[in-house]
Write a protein that binds this ligand. Structure first.
Ligand SMILES: [Fe+2]
Length: 282
């Protein structure tokens, strides 16, 4: 190997460049959980309702027995917890997810919809994961419309499976669940759809949901705050339209959680901290 002797000026220049790059990148790799709050106003809400939206945990670890994530939820005192898919993973073991679900089941009303990764591990793994939900008494929504009374408000809660549900059961068709739910909606209620995929925003809007809650995009993995809201998201590609945040169209609001996936992904998140989403309906 040939050694190159650098001048003092070259060494200083390289150190400065390294320092600037490190300063730029390191804060971006800071992956501590954060709580992101939204407040939505509606004439259909008479008494405030607080929703916790958890998506894309992918069985990642948040402290001993998921204590960090559970404590973050407890600190917000939600009226209901909605689990928006990919809470399990197809590659990582179920342990962290089991800890998390065990820590909230029975303490809050909790509702679950699947993401694509619950279907990517094959039928046997899927059966195990769904039986964990059953054992903990966590309802899974598959085109159901639940009429909930939360703090005196009439809330219609719809949940649908992920698009990839047909991979384990040919009868689980997302489009059919959209139709089933739509036919049973009560327009006078505040209607929420919990669905893993944000790219169906047009459907949520066409079906007049007040609120759609989604995940899947992982915040576009890399962000540049104020400049780029996400570089890449599955099923949306480069520069995804719905990488994360709040979107509004024709009376429907969609909130896309940037999710909680950390060690499950090969490429680290950049300026894209994992998030617990809290929504206040007022
Ligand atoms: Fe997903």
């Amino acid at each position: 190997m040939k050694l190159v002797k650098l001048t003092r000026e070259q060494i200083i220049r390289r150190v400065v460049v390294f320092g600037v790059l490190a300063a730029l990148i390191c804060p971006g790799l800071y992956n501590k959980l954060k709580v992101v709050n939204y407040t939505l106003e509606s004439d259909k809400i008479t008494t405030p309702v607080r929703i916790a939206l958890v998506t894309d945990l992918h069985s990642c670890k948040y402290g001993d027995h998921e204590s960090e994530l559970i404590a973050a939820i407890d600190s917000q005192s939600p009226d209901v917890i909605l689990l928006g898919g990919d809470i399990f993973d197809d590659k990582l073991p179920n342990d962290n997810t089991v800890d998390f679900l065990s820590g909230i089941a029975g303490r809050y009303p909790v509702y679950y919809v699947t993401g694509n990764h619950e279907f990517w591990g094959g039928v046997d793994q899927y059966d195990v994961q769904m039986s964990i939900l059953d054992d903990l008494g966590i309802p899974r929504l598959q085109g159901d419309v639940l009429s909930l009374n939360i703090n005196g408000n009439s809330i219609g809660l719809v949940g649908v499976d992920d698009y990839d549900s047909h991979l384990v059961d040919s009868e689980l068709i997302l489009e059919n669940q959209f139709v089933d739910a739509y036919l049973n909606l009560d327009a006078s209620s505040y209607n929420i759809i919990l669905s893993h995929r944000p790219e169906y925003f047009d459907t949520y809007t066409a079906q007049d949901y007040d609120l759609a809650l989604c995940g899947h995009a992982h915040g576009g993995q890399w962000r540049i705050p104020g400049i780029l809201n996400g570089l890449y998201a599955p099923n949306q590609g480069l520069f995804p339209k719905y990488a994360g945040g709040l979107y509004e169209e024709d009376g429907t609001t969609m909130i896309v959680s940037r999710g909680l996936a950390r060690e499950s992904t090969m490429i680290p998140r950049l300026y894209n901290r994992p998030e617990l989403v809290i929504i206040d309906l007022v």
